[in-house]
Design a protein around this ligand. Structure first.
Ligand SMILES: NC(=O)c1ccc[n+]([C@@H]2O[C@H](COP(=O)([O-])OP(=O)(O)OC[C@H]3O[C@@H](n4cnc5c(N)ncnc54)[C@H](OP(=O)(O)O)[C@@H]3O)[C@@H](O)[C@H]2O)c1
Length: 329
């Protein structure tokens, strides 16, 4: 039987707008008396995060550095990444913030980045796949993969596979993947995961990639013992970031005052990286506001999510990434 706070949380989750906006965040924060993300001592932990040059990733990187973690800012633009790392060092007084340059859609760059991380750090506690973008125009990566899929599905899969042994050795390691509530609208598909030029729709392409991210996080969790590495996917609700403002200007204008601020949007990402209770007690969840949520809200997406299609996705992504995934003990 659900208690009062759980009932209120479930009622909020049933209604998308109150749940995803700042209303859901502040209600749950009060209902569940959350531990504050500035109360952790993360000294000695090494955390790598993509997309840390803007929005949610930038907020999370700053919080994690302020809590004492060694932070690796993985960014696609060297100058911007160096500037952000310097600002975070100055703001937090933590000198252990470094930069690794990689466009996550460029598989060679991902391999070089993983190599650089392995050479520079003898432990890796958390890998956060936060980089993401909704692109109005279709583009392809150097490897011939549609860019949303290359940068948010194949590139992260490759990086996880290259770093998983180090995560397990530092264990239990954590791999976090920032998806989106937009994925609720998308079916699981491999044949139509990459939209072709004629049918391309940035919002739909983004949702398809975000659905694939969540599925892959679950599949990793099934393959890797939770005592070695745990996998969590999450979504931030709706937060006011440069990415939302530029890619969804009308949405940003209309929902504007109700959007979460970046710290609220990044809260569950930081908590999953920092907290040693619930985040280490389970694997394969899809989180919003520090709770595991359903990965389906619609019958058609549920129907699309078959074991055969999951296996097909795992095989397809592994082939594109050029890896046979080593499963750590
Ligand atoms: N804000 C929201 O309400 C919301 C909702 C649902 C999901 N999300 C997800 O949250 C994550 C962060 O988004 P945000 O809102 O903070 O957006 P943002 O302000 O645009 O930040 C996105 C970050 O991802 C980086 N990035 C994008 N494509 C990349 C690539 N190919 N390789 C490497 N880095 C790349 C960007 O780098 P540059 O600085 O170089 O551009 C930037 O650091 C994304 O995965 C997004 O899909 C956000």
């Amino acid at each position: 039987m659900k208690r009062g706070p759980e009932l209120i949380d479930a009622a909020l989750e049933g209604l998308i707008a109150p749940s995803f906006t700042r209303i859901g965040f502040s209600a749950r924060q009060r209902l569940f008396d959350w531990r504050r993300v500035d109360s952790y001592d993360l000294s000695g932990r090494v955390i790598a995060i993509t997309g840390a040059t803007s929005g949610l990733g930038r907020a999370a990187a700053e919080r994690l550095a302020a809590d004492g973690a060694t932070v690796i800012v993985i960014g696609r633009n060297a100058d911007k990444s160096e500037l952000v790392a310097r600002e975070i060092r100055e703001l937090t007084g933590n000198p252990a913030v470094s930069v690794v340059v990689a466009d996550m859609g460029d598989l060679d760059a991902v391999r070089r980045a993983a190599d650089q991380i392995l050479r520079a750090h003898d432990r890796l506690d958390v890998l956060i796949h936060n980089a993401g973008a909704l692109s109005a125009r279709r583009a392809e990566s150097a490897d011939g993969i549609e860019m949303t899929v290359a940068s948010q599905v194949v590139g992260p899969f490759l990086m996880t596979s290259l770093l998983i042994e180090r995560l397990a050795e530092s264990g239990p390691g954590r791999v976090l993947t920032m998806s989106s509530g937009g994925m609720y609208s998308a079916e699981l598909t491999v044949d139509h995961l990459q939209m072709n030029r004629d049918a391309y729709n940035g919002t739909k392409q983004y949702a398809l990639a975000k659905r694939a991210q969540v599925t892959l996080s679950e599949l990793w969790a099934q393959r890797v013992a939770a005592g070695s590495v745990v996998f969590h996917a999450l979504h931030p609700g709706w937060a006011d970031t440069p990415g939302v403002e530029s890619s969804l200007p009308t949405f940003h204008r209309i929902v504007g005052p109700l959007l979460r601020d970046v710290d609220a949007g990044a809260d569950t990402m930081v908590w999953l990286a920092a907290d040693d209770s619930d985040p280490l007690a389970s694997t394969g969840g899809f989180w919003l506001d520090r709770r595991v949520r359903s990965i389906h809200r619609l019958p058609n997406t549920r129907r699309s999510d078959t074991p055969a299609r999951r296996a097909e996705l795992w095989g397809w992504v592994g082939e594109r990434a050029g890896v046979t995934v080593p499963v750590p003990r």
